[in-house]
Design a protein. Structure first.
Length: 972
């Protein structure tokens, strides 16, 4: 490096070297190495020096302290080339001799000329040191020791030649030494385990009969040559059905029975082996690490275990393989049971997504002013009058194999009606390939709404399942943990965690500890109002503290099933570091809250980054212009002008803000998005994360969760299986709709049941609801585990008619015309309950408290929602109240209101989906001060179903008359 700064001075030249990790051989305990490992170590050293010699570099000081060995990787590196020289430089140019007495060649010690042979001597001395743990002391000592140590003859020959006194008597090239050493290593492999199989002459005759071996082959050639060659590399497996051990060679396989008395495998059958069968056999078994030898049987050449072999070891390997295969088979079966059905559902979704997309049947087309105009005969699967402006269109082509592929056309512009014809006008994309699109239009190929984004989401989920199956994930033992085949581990911090908030309760602190201590996966169940968002923010804060201390390259992924939940977390995180935290929110602007869009989206960060780049660039140019104003040297001025041109060009390039995306993503500490949508950015797609925090995890499907889970080393799931499960479109995929209703296929539920207590925590204190409402929720849905830490003084409502009460049931049981009505679309409504809700609001208005109330009106049915919304809006109550939100309960999770009015709707036959406890829990737990239920109490109490939670709810109301009230509908 030139012009570096050193000790405050500039213009120094520095040489930068790679850091070499490992231990030098002088400090390495070689007694832990097997003889084979020592030979392999020597071979690596020889190859390293050969590389130096090939580049015309002599080391001249090869010794154990200059050889580094990485125990973890087995990598060898030669260091300290400070005394090395280029072979073309004559010895006289070296002013000082450098040598190490025990390892340097005699000519180096004497200060004479150095050659490759000098390094070869040192290599021989080092090899002697490695193999025998003795310090070499000259040629005579090394050779004498080799004789005394009873070393194999071929090894004695090689080392003695390497350390010969005279350079001319040594090997002249390291490559020759390597060849000799590889031969020694090959011979040494004969020390591997030997497995014996006895075979009789009938097997030889059989192979002769089928022309697999020459007719003049005798048993000696058969066993010593033919079979040795065939089974030099082989695999083996145990066939349980046949009770035989199968050995597979190149083109021959043998079946054996095991003679325990003589510890021999006895060949019972020999057969030719096809390539496909050999591969199949390998998959069923294992590769034998050892030598398989065959001996002739039937001539008394073995008895009483006279033949030494390692067959008992091989029997153990067979047993281990059987156990391993059994475990893998069990793993595959469990995997298929849990995830296979999800894959079927994803396939079904992709198929139906295409089939139900809007398609244009057209009789003619024209292209005018960058617009495609289609004369529409029929618009399938969609209402042509209700199309949205951002609707994109594609055209389908089909190849000779029947595979579909698509070309972009453009975006919906509008509909025109001329001369009894309906014209669909599409604005053509700038990059439309008209050379390909026009011929397809002439052939009347299908023009359809672009469905590929939805398909892409399913493909990502499909890929996540495959990645999990193939062990292509980041978290430790993830697949086995999910399948309940292994338990996750944890590592407590050395120091106690210091929490930023003293207000965190015990269960919140435990949840944070368990999440941070886990080595892989942890789970936090957050019942309504228990502060799970607070916990998530504290976990992120703690992770950031660790990152700032030890590793500034760590990344956190924060995802949720809904955009709203993601934004709630981000808004809290932005406040942690006063906006200095590098957070990227992935997603379309229309789905993101204004506060988050303004600061955290890709577009916002691009603009901010470009502004900073331009400002710094302009400031630098201005400063340098002042300096160059005093310079007269033309060469320097010309150089400065070129620099400014380059700078200007660079700024122009950066003005295309998308070119900054890589840098934006790379610099981010936190990336946030929905469970699947975060992958919509190509650069994010390539990232792996240190942590993923998944909020509302119980509301996501198993494949949706896997998309983010496989991307991270540590996984933190936050959710509540007792609230709304994942939504599934019954028409799109009946399979997925069914799976979302079965806890054994929902990953959050499954993990809650299998994870040990060290890796899961329930938040047990709620801060939302008045104590009486909180107690109802706790008793009915959480086995009484949820406590309340809310002062009821802060949860009082102003409604005089219900003073002192927090749960009201307005009962329609004895009312006339109370029954439900079935609507055309299959939904339900209830006019009696709608009228009661209007009366309640009217009473609040008369009392003069409506303007003080934030009211949520919840129902399970779209028909009832529409009826109530129309009725309330027509009456003007929504303009008086502090707020009135009317919606189905699916839209209410994560929200809260002072007053909740719930309309049950149903009055006969069935209570419908209201027997799903998760939905009822969500509806009732939105209320902070007052919960009002409108419905047929007798019907709901008498409905006989083990999942009907209304029985317990009504019992609770009846048992707590001090704060609960039942009012006949006629008295409202």
């Amino acid at each position: 490096m030139l012009n570096a700064e050193f000790n405050g001075k500039n213009d120094w030249g520095l040489i930068l070297l790679d850091y070499v990790d490992g231990t030098n051989l002088e400090e390495l305990d070689l007694s832990n190495f097997s003889q084979i490992e020592k030979y392999e170590l020597c071979l690596k050293i020889l190859k390293a020096i050969e590389e130096a010699h090939n580049n015309n570099v002599l080391h001249r000081d090869i010794k154990p302290s200059n050889i580094m060995y990485n125990i973890d990787t087995g990598e060898v590196k030669i260091i300290d080339f400070g005394t090395s020289k280029i072979k073309s430089i004559v010895e006289q140019e070296t002013t000082l001799p450098f040598y190490s007495p025990n390892f340097s060649a005699p000519e180096v010690v004497k200060g004479n000329s150095t050659t490759e042979a000098s390094d070869i001597y040192s290599l021989g001395a080092v090899i002697f040191y490695i193999l025998f743990s003795m310090l070499p002391n000259g040629t005579e000592m090394i050779c004498r020791s080799l004789q005394d140590l009873e070393v194999p003859e071929n090894l004695v020959t090689v080392i003695a030649k390497m350390v010969a006194e005279e350079p001319r008597d040594r090997f002249q090239e390291v490559g020759t030494v390597i060849d000799a050493f590889e031969e020694i290593l090959g011979d040494n492999a004969s020390q591997k385990d030997t497995y014996l199989c006895s075979i009789d002459v009938d097997k030889l005759r059989y192979l002769k009969n089928i022309s697999l071996i020459e007719a003049n082959t005798n048993m000696t050639i058969f066993t010593k040559s033919f079979l040795k060659s065939q089974f030099k590399e082989c695999s083996a497996f145990y066939n349980h059905n046949m009770d035989v051990y199968v050995f597979s060679g190149k083109k021959i396989a043998v079946e054996c029975i095991y003679n325990e008395k003589d510890e021999l495998f006895v060949v019972s059958k020999i057969m030719p082996l096809s390539v496909d069968r050999r591969i199949s056999n390998q998959k069923r078994g294992f590769i034998i690490d050892g030598i398989v030898k065959f001996i002739e049987s039937g001539r008394g050449n073995y008895s009483n275990k006279r033949l030494d072999n390692d067959n008992e070891k091989l029997i153990v390997q067979f047993k281990n393989n059987i156990n391993s295969k059994s475990a893998l088979q069990k793993q595959d079966e469990l995997f298929e049971e849990l995830f296979g059905k999800w894959q079927d559902g994803l396939d079904e979704s992709m198929k139906n997504e295409k089939e139900r997309v809007g398609k244009v049947v057209y009789s003619s087309f024209s292209i005018l002013d960058q617009q495609l105009i289609l004369t529409v005969e029929e618009y399938k699967n969609n209402d042509i009058d209700g199309l949205e402006n951002d609707k994109k269109y594609i055209i389908e082509d089909v190849d000779s194999r029947g595979n579909s592929f698509y070309f972009d056309i453009g975006t919906y512009h509008g509909i025109s009606y001329e001369d009894d014809e309906t014209l669909l006008i599409i604005d053509l994309d700038k990059k439309v390939q008209m050379g390909k699109v026009r011929p397809l239009l002439r052939k009347h190929c299908s023009v359809m709404e672009d469905f590929r984004a939805n398909i892409s989401a399913y493909k990502r989920q499909h890929y996540a399942i495959r990645a999990l199956h193939d062990d292509n994930y980041s978290s430790k033992n993830l697949k086995d943990i999910l399948l309940n085949l292994d338990e996750p581990t944890y590592t407590p911090f050395l120091q106690n965690i210091k929490f930023s908030k003293d207000t965190l309760n015990v269960s919140q602190r435990e949840a944070i500890r368990k999440a941070l201590y886990s080595d892989s996966i942890s789970l936090i169940q957050g019942p309504p109002g228990t502060g799970k968002t607070t916990v998530i923010k504290e976990i992120v804060r703690r992770i950031l503290m660790q990152i700032n201390k030890f590793d500034d390259t760590s990344r956190i992924l924060v995802v949720s099933q809904s955009h709203t939940a993601v934004d709630n977390i981000i808004e809290g995180l932005v406040d942690i570091d006063e906006g200095k935290l590098d957070i990227i929110r992935i997603g379309r602007a229309e789905n993101i809250s204004p506060k988050v869009e303004e600061t955290c989206t890709m577009n916002a960060i691009r603009k901010k980054m470009f502004t900073e780049i331009k400002e710094k660039s302009d400031t630098y140019i201005e400063h340098q212009n002042l300096l160059y104003a005093n310079i007269t040297e033309q060469k320097a001025l010309d150089r400065w002008e070129r620099i400014k041109d380059i700078q200007k060009d660079w700024i122009n390039r950066c003005s295309n803000l998308e070119t900054l995306d890589y840098q934006v993503v790379k610099s981010a500490t936190i990336i946030a998005g929905t469970c699947v949508g975060f992958l919509s950015n190509d650069f994010v797609k390539e990232l792996d994360f240190d942590y993923v925090i998944i909020d509302e995890a119980a509301k996501a499907t198993t494949p949706e969760l896997l998309v983010s889970i496989i991307k991270s080393k540590k996984i933190i799931l936050v959710g509540d299986q007792n609230q709304l499960p994942a939504y599934a479109d019954q028409d799109l995929s009946p399979i997925i709709a069914k799976l979302t209703k079965e806890p054994k296929y929902r990953l959050f539920d499954l993990l809650f049941n299998v994870l040990p207590d060290t890796h899961k925590q329930i938040l047990t204190v709620q801060y939302r609801m008045r104590r009486n409402i909180g107690n109802l929720i706790s008793q009915v849905f959480y086995e009484g585990k949820i406590a309340t830490e809310v002062d009821d003084k802060n949860r009082m409502h102003p409604i005089k008619k219900f003073a002192g009460k927090s749960i009201i049931w307005v009962d329609t049981s004895i009312m006339d015309k109370k029954d439900e009505s079935r609507l055309k679309g299959g939904s339900y409504c209830n006019y009696a309950e709608n009228n009661l809700i209007k009366k309640l609001l009217e009473n609040f208005k008369r009392e003069g408290v409506l303007s003080q109330l934030d009211i949520g009106i919840i129902t399970g049915y779209r028909g009832q929602k529409d009826l109530i919304r129309k009725s309330v809006n027509n009456s003007g109550y929504d303009r008086i109240a502090k707020g009135i939100d009317i919606n189905t309960l699916d839209a209410f999770q994560g929200r809260e209101n002072d007053v909740i009015i719930y309309s049950t709707v149903r009055t006969k036959n069935s209570i419908g989906f209201q027997k799903e406890k998760e939905r009822v829990n969500v509806a009732f737990s939105r209320a902070k001060n007052l919960l009002i239920i409108c419905g047929d109490m007798d019907f709901f109490y008498r409905f006989d179903d083990p999942d009907n939670k209304f029985i317990e709810i009504i019992d609770y109301i009846c048992e707590h008359e001090d704060e609960c009230l039942i009012i006949p509908g006629g008295e409202i």
